[in-house]
Design a protein. Structure first.
Length: 97
C-alpha cells in the first residue's frame, strides 16, 4: 500500500510519461494484462489511456487493472490511469519513506 507521500512522488514522476497502452471497447483481456505486466516489470511506472468508446467506469476499471497486474493504482486523472509496480529485476524508482 502506498502512502500519500509516495503517491505524490509517483504522480510527479509520471507527469512527463506518455500513455503506452489504450483500453478500448474490448475492455480488459488476458493479452492486455500480460503486456501490462511486462511493461511494469521493465518501467515500474506506466500510464494507460482509456478510450471514449470504453463504457466502463474509469474508477472501477483502474482498480480492476491494478488488481489483475498485482500493482498499485497511483491516480486516475481524466481518462488516464497511472499504475506502479516495483520491478523484481529492473529496480529504478526509489520511493520516499
Amino acid at each position: 500500500m502506498l502512502t500519500g507521500k509516495q503517491k505524490r512522488y509517483l504522480r510527479a514522476k509520471a507527469h512527463h510519461i506518455d500513455p503506452i497502452f489504450q483500453v478500448g471497447k474490448g475492455g480488459l483481456n488476458e493479452n492486455l494484462i500480460e503486456q501490462l505486466n511486462d511493461a511494469l516489470e521493465k518501467r515500474e511506472l506506466i500510464k494507460v489511456s482509456v478510450l471514449q468508446n470504453n463504457m466502463d467506469e474509469k474508477a472501477i476499471l483502474g482498480e480492476e487493472v491494478a488488481r489483475r497486474v498485482y500493482g498499485e493504482l497511483v491516480q486516475i486523472i481524466g481518462s488516464t490511469i497511472i499504475l506502479y509496480k516495483p520491478s523484481k529485476k529492473h529496480k529504478k524508482i526509489e520511493l520516499p519513506r
